[in-house]
Design a protein around this ligand. Sequence first.
Ligand code: AN7
Length: 360
Amino acid sequence: MAAPSGPPALRPRLMDRYRRFLPVTDSTPSLTLGEGATPLVRASRLGATLGLSNLYLKIEGQNPTGSFKDRGMVVAVSKAAEAGAAAIVCASTGNTSASAAAYGAAAGMEVIVVLPKGQIAVGKLLQALMAGARVVAIDGNFDEALGIVRALAEQDDHPVTLVNSVNPFRIEGQKTAAFEVCDDLGCAPDILAIPVGNAGNISAYWQGFREYADAGLVDRTPRMWGFQAAGAAPLVVGHRVDHPDTIATAIRIGDPASWTKAIDARDRSGGRIDAVSDDEILAAYRALARQEGIFCEPASAASVAGVTRAAAAGELESDALIVCVLTGHGLKDPTTAERQAASVIEAGASVGAVSVALGW
Ligand code: AN7
């Protein structure tokens, strides 16, 4: 039997499934690591706690490198390959670099990532290094790293393609998550809640919902609810934050590149962009794991933290159709998990000792 030329039929390639909405041509290489088609899970127990009967979670941590970045990266790297690029570069709070490293490796490209030193979750850093990316850690934050890679990509002596979300192909790929939400629900949700850092993803979802509505595939668009961490909430305070700080390192960003697009998504959708505290983020992070069995990274829990607060304030109809995007996998950041988790119970190697340890 001949080997299949792509992934098995049950898992269509993201770029094939939504090809009519993507900048894909016959000369675009068909790169894939199996991205997209992530689960939309009904959060019954957490929903009951919050008084919400239609709360859903979009589990983007189930992408190949464990975050939503893969949707955009597969398109950006494919288009870079189509254009003949031999090298890609990005700045990152971690997930973009993990994704760029993986897709760059799969495409046979050189990958360079520039990161804020000491501010990257250990799993993400190891993903980039294992995939063979050259990792440069700067004495500065993400916003400074982005400024540096933008300048590097403009130099002529070392041709390199920038794959941060200022690369429009990233947004094109990421909008497919909105398509999947609509396809799975059979309609658009009332509210789409999402963490916001550099603001590419909220812009991508909004674009996706609008394109689906324009194509007549859904009859409305959701209200876009973005949530930033309180210590890194430039879109909420209305000005750049020079020293962003939060436990949710993925969204530790003070000067979002897609600022205008995010504000546009908020305003045109009748939505909101609010700040949630690190304590609220961590409470949602624990609740997701304990009540739903879903282990996301801290930044991802900002979406649920925001909906939790709105529910507590009585701002939500109990039957509102709400989708919270969980952008990245919990295993990426074992350090935060270790600090939030219960302790192991130690016991001797006998039934009696284990029973005693369990308090039986
Ligand atoms: C888990 O990896 O910016 O608002 O450099 O990793 O589109 O930036 C990551 C962002 C949310 C925010 N959740 O998305 C990077 C980076 C997780 C993330 C965001 C990020 P954007």
